[in-house]
Design a protein around this ligand. Structure first.
Ligand code: CO
Length: 329
């Protein structure tokens, strides 16, 4: 997932914090939102639990012999290609293998995830599974990210860091799996429902899945990239939801994130899809405002109105015939 304008945004947040004014528009700063009084009131009128970051334990070790991506030891991500890569058959084969592994890990999470376990339990499970396959969890130390998976619950829009919070009945949780395998990254995510999720939550998750599926359905050679955003925003709006503008899909290959940017909202992006391109589509569909802000950990994005969002993601390949989803069976 590519974060649009992260430097400008974090700088802006920092400046506001320094000025003691991290209160944007009509919204409240994260510290106010997480006060116990606020959460008490919130709980009384909402059918889901407001998530605030909890304790994060140290990252899992990676055993010797696992091939590492270039940033694994330093946290420094090397530049990605400048132009959109057209992959040859060998590269496509390698992409298929890494994406199939990402799919299998996500599928096993689906059966593993339960009310009462912590998101850190999910991190441990995902990490161990990926390592067992001789692969590396792509998020680990990517620009310093502290864990092997992203787990975004309820009002966390994206990039939630696994921590000590136990999952609750009625939570919705996005689990975003990325693996580095045979020199290539594969990236996929899904939002799971835990126990009794209210009707709006169920509709939100269904809409996110539908948005992803229909966006993929319109892909193919010579299709303008901007059609993806148009398709998703039309569907989301018809269902009464909005589309987050902060997080974009991305090209993917031997690099985790590269061109093209995939906008999930209406846009005037130039360019067309060509056979041999691989990229992700990963819309974040929101119950309320599409706005999110990044917490002090530098990663966790929460909705500014405390409402939920749901996200689903596939890595796709454009072929001469149409489009192939690489992260499914
Ligand atoms: Co992604």
């Amino acid at each position: 997932m590519v974060l649009q304008g992260i430097n400008r945004l974090t700088t802006c947040c920092r400046m506001l914090k320094m000025a003691g004014k991290l209160r944007i528009g009509n919204y409240y700063s994260p510290s106010m939102l997480f006060s116990s009084r606020y959460r008490q009131i919130f709980r009384s009128w909402s059918s889901f639990s407001l998530v605030q970051p909890k304790q994060v334990s140290p990252a899992q070790p990676v055993p010797q012999g696992i091939p590492l991506p270039p940033y694994a030891l330093t946290g420094v991500v090397p530049p990605s290609p400048i132009t959109i890569e057209i992959k040859n058959e060998d590269q496509i084969d390698a992409m298929k293998r890494s994406c199939q592994l990402a799919y299998r890990i996500l599928d096993s999470v689906k059966n593993y995830i339960k009310v009462g376990m912590t998101t850190e339990d999910i991190d441990q499970f995902v990490h161990d599974n990926i390592i067992q396959h001789g692969a590396y969890p792509s998020p680990l130390n990517y620009n310093g990210y502290p864990k092997s998976v992203c787990t975004s619950v309820n009002n966390v829009a994206c990039h939630g860091i696994p921590d000590s919070r136990p999952l609750e009945d009625g939570d919705i949780i996005n689990v975003d799996i990325s693996v580095y395998y045979n020199g290539y990254h594969g990236d996929t995510s899904d939002t799971f429902l835990l126990g009794n999720v209210d009707e709006t939550g169920q509709q939100l998750v269904e809409t996110a899945k539908l948005c992803l599926q229909q966006a993929i359905d319109i892909c193919g050679p010579n299709v303008p990239f901007r059609n993806i955003g148009k398709t998703i925003s039309n569907l989301a709006r018809a269902a009464g939801f909005t589309v987050n503008k902060m997080f974009l899909g991305h090209g993917i290959g031997s690099y985790f994130h590269g061109p093209p940017h995939i906008y999930h909202y209406r846009n005037w992006q130039m360019g067309h899809m060509r056979p041999g391109m691989t990229f992700t589509i990963e819309p974040v569909i929101c119950e309320g405002t599409p706005d999110a802000e990044i917490l002090e950990d530098g990663w966790t994005a929460i909705s500014t109105d405390n409402k939920r969002s749901a996200q689903c993601e596939h890595t796709v390949l454009i072929t001469s015939q149409g489009v192939e989803i690489l992260t499914r069976p």
